[in-house]
Design a protein around this ligand. Structure first.
Ligand SMILES: *Cc1c(COP(=O)(O)O)cnc(C)c1O
Length: 497
């Protein structure tokens, strides 16, 4: 299988090359040129496998320069039972009213990012070997909160790698900040940026395309790579859990073979929902993808306004910080796929986004997307109402991101009358966003308690995940805050690691 840049498809690379390098030199994202489809026998085989087996099989269809033995080994290590709190890596929890929540947060950092970032270090170090790359891979990560910790946990002390995480100083939850700033490992650095997530992401993309920085790193035996969902190695593992969820629903008799489902995803960078879209290209029967946003509803407008994307608007800090994003990177891959791989057009649109902050699709191009997607958004008050209703009616404790998706789905169903069974991505443990969840449930916060874990435990009788409980009393190791203009200098910190 070959990969090309969304902005220039003239040069094809292997999956190992795409994963090792993260982003194409022209700023585009690597994308496969065709999609493997699953046969009836494949579905039959998948049904009998555990999560590790399913992940290895799906990855094998995309990463054709990896052997089945390698991928099986990586999946076994990444999704080891002791890391995911048991054998059921990505359980589907069905509520009484028929919604199916796909819980993706049972990994070591308690958000769905672990599903990809536990396996990415294996994929990336193997990729470096395969392409004969001897330099140290410097992984630059911009995070809205959850990717940072998951990437740090995955890459800490992995030989041949160093990792630098940039997060918006005032844009992450206290728990997320504590998780990142207490990270151990000799090869890790964490820096807070004065600015929002988009500033951090743009700054990182600037470093990636800056020839002088690359050359300077090269002289010191280093190269750049990415652990954001711009890296194909981040996206590919996420395809597996949508297919796994379908197998689980079949096994439980909740759906029959070939039945269509809807998939609703709380969306920021458009990575998670794009992985679901790719699962459909492989044969997963999906009726609608429902793209759920918080008050930063640039994607809702894109889908509702015929494909006009406009980031020139206010940026809000919300109770679902991992979705506080105005430039959704992975939409670029959707544009590439939906335009019949029109790289020139994508390059033009992305250039417009860079200079004017907006672009519009033609009606013809948008119609290809509109058939598959619906979208909606809700604010913090509606998110809180939903957390409370889920707890009171269903005894389901949802985090703020998951609650956005549940709310948007409920609005969608009421608006359209579409009763297709739905899988809703549950993307984080509620204990990662204790303050907002406690307030939504009408509880009161404990003064001087950073984590508030005990308060939420008392309020609900549910137990906080062990990795979060272990943070109590830990002293932060990193406290550096820089202006976004100073991001280039921070590369020196990484060199010194
Ligand atoms: C990252 C994240 C999202 C958004 O996912 P994207 O792939 O960026 O669209 C949603 N919820 C949580 C909890 C996250 O960490």
């Amino acid at each position: 299988m070959e990969y090309v840049s969304t902005r220039d498809k003239s040069r094809a690379v292997s999956s190992a090359y795409a994963i090792a390098n993260g982003i194409a030199p022209d700023g585009g994202l690597y994308c496969p040129t065709e999609f493997p489809s699953l046969s009836a026998e494949d579905w039959h085989a998948l049904a009998k496998m555990d999560y590790k087996g399913r992940a290895a099989m799906i990855l094998g269809r995309f990463l054709t320069d990896f052997s089945a033995e390698e991928l099986t080994d990586f999946a076994a290590k990444a999704y080891a039972d002791e890391k995911f709190g048991g054998a059921n890596t990505a359980p589907v929890v069905s509520l009484a009213d028929g919604k199916h929540l796909l819980e993706l947060w049972h990994g070591p950092t308690c958000a769905f990012k672990d599903m990809a970032l536990q396996i990415l270090p294996h994929l990336l170090t193997a990729s470096l070997r395969k392409i004969g790359e001897k330099r140290t891979a410097c992984i630059l990560v911009a995070t809205s909160g959850d990717t940072g910790k998951a990437a740090l946990d995955g890459f800490a002390d992995v030989p041949g790698t160093k990792i630098m995480v940039y997060y918006p100083e005032n844009g992450v939850s206290p728990m997320q900040k504590l998780q990142m700033n207490t990270q151990t490992g000799e090869n890790v650095e964490v820096v807070a940026i004065r600015g929002n997530f988009d500033d951090a992401q743009s700054a990182v993309k600037q470093i990636f395309t800056d020839a002088a920085t690359r050359e300077a790193l090269d002289r010191d035996g280093m190269m750049l790579s990415s652990a954001n969902s711009i890296n194909w190695g981040r996206l590919a593992p996420q395809i597996a859990y949508y297919i796994s969820a379908y197998c689980d629903l079949l096994a439980e008799g909740k759906i029959a073979h070939g039945d269509q489902i809807n998939i609703c995803v709380p969306t920021g960078n458009f990575g998670n929902i794009l992985a679901a879209y790719i699962a459909k290209q492989m044969g997963l029967p999906v009726n609608k993808f429902i793209c759920a946003s918080n008050r930063n509803n640039v994607l809702t407008d894109f889908f509702k306004k015929g494909g006009s994307y406009d980031k020139n608007r206010a940026f809000y800090t919300t109770a679902s910080p991992s979705m506080d994003i105005l430039i959704s990177s992975n939409l670029e891959r959707l544009l590439f796929l939906a335009s019949g791989q029109n790289d020139k057009l994508v390059a033009e649109l992305m250039d417009k986004l860079g200079t004017e902050g907006r672009y519009a699709l033609t009606a013809e191009m948008f119609s290809g997307i509109a058939a598959d997607f619906d979208a909606g958004c809700c604010d913090d008050a509606e998110t809180a109402e939903t957390i409370r209703a889920l707890w009171e009616k269903e005894h389901y404790l949802a985090d703020t991101h998951t609650a956005v998706a549940v709310r948007v789905y409920e609005d969608y169903r009421a608006r359209t009358g579409d009763e297709t069974p739905v899988v809703i991505a549950s993307t984080a443990s509620p204990f990662k966003f204790c303050r907002s969840v406690i307030e939504a449930l009408g509880g009161s916060l404990e003064r001087d308690d950073v984590t508030q874990l005990g308060v939420l435990e008392q309020l609900t009788g549910e137990k906080a995940p062990a990795p979060l409980a272990a943070l109590a009393g830990k002293t932060p190791r990193f406290d550096r805050v820089v202006d976004k203009e100073a991001i280039f200098q921070t590369i020196e910190l990484l060199k010194a690691r």
